[in-house]
Design a protein around this ligand. Structure first.
Ligand SMILES: [Zn+2]
Length: 350
C-alpha cells in the first residue's frame, strides 16, 4: 500500500455537486473543536465519517442514529478515533448513547481502532462474528501477523498500538441475529468471500445494507454520468470467489435501495453494481488461473487486473486520466494481487 495521496485535490468538494444528495458538513465554525470531521449526511439517520485512513475519501465509518440511540458500523484505525468522537459531538450524540460498535470484520482498516474507541463509549457492546472475536479480545496474533506483512515501522504508522476489548463487552452473533437500535431492527448476515468471518448488516425498513468489504469498493472520484464504478476486494487471506459471489447475491436479494461501503459509503443502483462485481470476480479468477504457473505471478496478475479495471473505467466513462485512475486504485491493486496469490497457493494445497 502506498500512503501518499494520489489525489491532486480532496474529493470532498466534488461531493456536493451533481446527484449526491448530501453535501459535506462544514464544522470549522467551532473554535471549541480541534478536529473537523468530514461527514456525509445520508437519509434515515445515517452519517458517514471519513476515517482519514491513507487519504481522504478512502474509508468511511458509519453512524446510525435512531430515537436518541446510536451505533457505529466499522470504525477505522486508532488514528480514526478522534475523528469519530468529534463526529459524535458534531451530531449531538452523547458517548453514553452509543449502544453498539458493529464490526463487519477484523481487518485493521475497519476494526483496528475498536479497542480505543470502546474505552470512550461506556455503554457500547462490540458485535462481531465468533471467528473475529478472539482477535479483538486478544489482538496479539493479529498484531504479529500484520507486522509480518507491513514491518514494525509501517505498522505503527498505519495502525498504532492495538488495544484489546474486554471480553465482557464483546457480543458474538449468529447468522440472521437481530439487534434493536432505538426504534429500528438491524439484522446481521454472514457474508463470507472477502473474509470468512464477515458480516453485513441489513436495515430492511430503510432498504439499506452496510456491506463492509463484501460489496466491493466504490470511490466517489470514479463516479461518472453513468453513476458509481465498483471493484471487488480480494485482499489476503481468505478470498473465496464462490463465497463472494454468493454473498453478493444474498445481499442483492434484499433489493436494497442503498449499500453503505467502507470504501466509500453510499451507492445506489445495486443490481447494476452487483452484476459488475460478479463479472469482475469471475474475470479476476480467470486472470489469476491463467498466470498460476508464471515466473512472476504477482506482476502478471497485477498487470492484467489493472488492464481490466482501466478497460471497465473507459466503458464507464470515468472522467479521469489512466494515470490518475491507476494511482487511485494502487493500494487496492496491490492488496488484491497479494490476496489472489494467497488464494492460488491455498488451491494448490487443497
Ligand atoms: Zn477487509
Amino acid at each position: 500500500m502506498d500512503t501518499r495521496s494520489p489525489h491532486a485535490a480532496s474529493p470532498w468538494p466534488a461531493l456536493g455537486a451533481g446527484r449526491r444528495p448530501s453535501p459535506i458538513t462544514d464544522t470549522t465554525h467551532s473554535s471549541e473543536r480541534f478536529l473537523s470531521p468530514k461527514l456525509l449526511h445520508h437519509p434515515h439517520g445515517i452519517t458517514a465519517v471519513d476515517t482519514e485512513y491513507l487519504y481522504p475519501g478512502h474509508a468511511a465509518s458509519h453512524i446510525i442514529q435512531d430515537e436518541g440511540r446510536a451505533a457505529f458500523v466499522d470504525v477505522g484505525t486508532n488514528y480514526s478515533v478522534p475523528h469519530l468522537l468529534a463526529a459524535l459531538e458534531v451530531l449531538g450524540i452523547a458517548r453514553e448513547a452509543v449502544d453498539y460498535v458493529f464490526l463487519t470484520h477484523v481487518h485493521l482498516d475497519h476494526a483496528g481502532g475498536a479497542g480505543l474507541l470502546m474505552q470512550e463509549l461506556p455503554n457500547a457492546r462490540a458485535v462481531l462474528h465468533p471467528r473475529g472475536a478472539a482477535h479483538v479480545t486478544e489482538p496479539e496474533k493479529l498484531i504479529a501477523g500484520s507486522k509480518a506483512v507491513y514491518g514494525e515501522e509501517r505498522f505503527q504508522k498505519l495502525y498504532g498500538e492495538l488495544l484489546p476489548i474486554p471480553a465482557a463487552r464483546v457480543q458474538v452473533t449468529q447468522d440472521g441475529e437481530r439487534f434493536r437500535l432505538g426504534g429500528r431492527d438491524l439484522e446481521l448476515i454472514h457474508t463470507p468471500g472477502h473474509a470468512l468471518h464477515h458480516y453485513a448488516m441489513v436495515d430492511a425498513a430503510h432498504a439499506s445494507i452496510f456491506s463492509g468489504d463484501t460489496f466491493g469498493i466504490s470511490y466517489r472520484e470514479l463516479d461518472s454520468r453513468h453513476g458509481a464504478f465498483i471493484i471487488p476486494t480480494t485482499s489476503p487471506s481468505q478470498f473465496d470467489p464462490d463465497q463472494l459471489i454468493s454473498s453478493i447475491d444474498r445481499m442483492a436479494a434484499y433489493a436494497p435501495e442503498a449499500m453503505y461501503l467502507m470504501h466509500f459509503s453510499r451507492v445506489t443502483d445495486v443490481p447494476r453494481l452487483a452484476a459488475l462485481l460478479k463479472a469482475q470476480v469471475r474475470e479476476i479468477v480467470r486472470i489469476t488461473q491463467r498466470h498460476a504457473n508464471a515466473q512472476d505471478r504477482y506482476t502478471a496478475i497485477r498487470a492484467d487486473m489493472l488492464d481490466l479495471w482501466l478497460g471497465l473505467a473507459h466503458e464507464h466513462e470515468v472522467p479521469l486520466s489512466d494515470a490518475r485512475i491507476a494511482a487511485l486504485l494502487k493500494s487496492d491493486l496491490d492488496l488484491n494481487t497479494q490476496g489472489l496469490v494467497v488464494w492460488l497457493d491455498r488451491l494448490k494445497r487443497s
